[in-house]
Ligand binder design. Structure first.
Ligand SMILES: [Fe+2]
Length: 133
């Protein structure tokens, strides 16, 4: 099953929502690469794309929260840091395993669960707060 952003995940801040959509696309590319048995180099590249995009997205989201004086910025930063740590663990383990596909497929479930939970439980509150300004 493809990994897709759905309207229920809308935060209500245009920039954040459009980045979240791209984020899901990057995760989906990685998952598809894993499922269809793409080469190790290709998967490493997809992992790198997801990693780069994640970092850029977190930077942008944190800048926005700073701009609007969002009260839960610290909790967001901690959550973001944790996820970046998880991603780098996956990258390391994949490299160490010499290209173990099941590692990518399992990682993908974790990634999708994280994205969905984080957006639903934390990011949506940014939009709610922004509406009160
Ligand atoms: Fe966030």
């Amino acid at each position: 099953m493809a990994i897709k952003w759905t309207p229920e995940l809308s935060v209500g801040v245009e920039n954040i929502d459009s980045q979240h959509k791209i984020w899901f696309e990057k995760a989906d590319k990685l998952f598809e690469a894993g499922k269809s048995g793409k080469s190790k180099d290709y998967i490493v590249q997809m992992l790198d794309f997801l990693d780069d995009y994640t970092k850029q997205h977190f930077r942008d989201e944190e800048a926005y929260m700073t701009k609007i004086n969002y009260p839960e910025l610290a909790a967001q930063k901690t959550a973001h840091q944790n996820f970046i740590g998880e991603l780098s663990k996956i990258k390391m383990e994949y490299a160490k395993s010499g290209g173990n596909i099941s590692l990518i497929i399992n990682a993908n479930q974790m990634i999708v669960n994280w994205l969905t939970q984080h957006i639903s439980n934390m990011d949506k509150k940014i939009g709610t707060f922004a509406k009160t300004l």
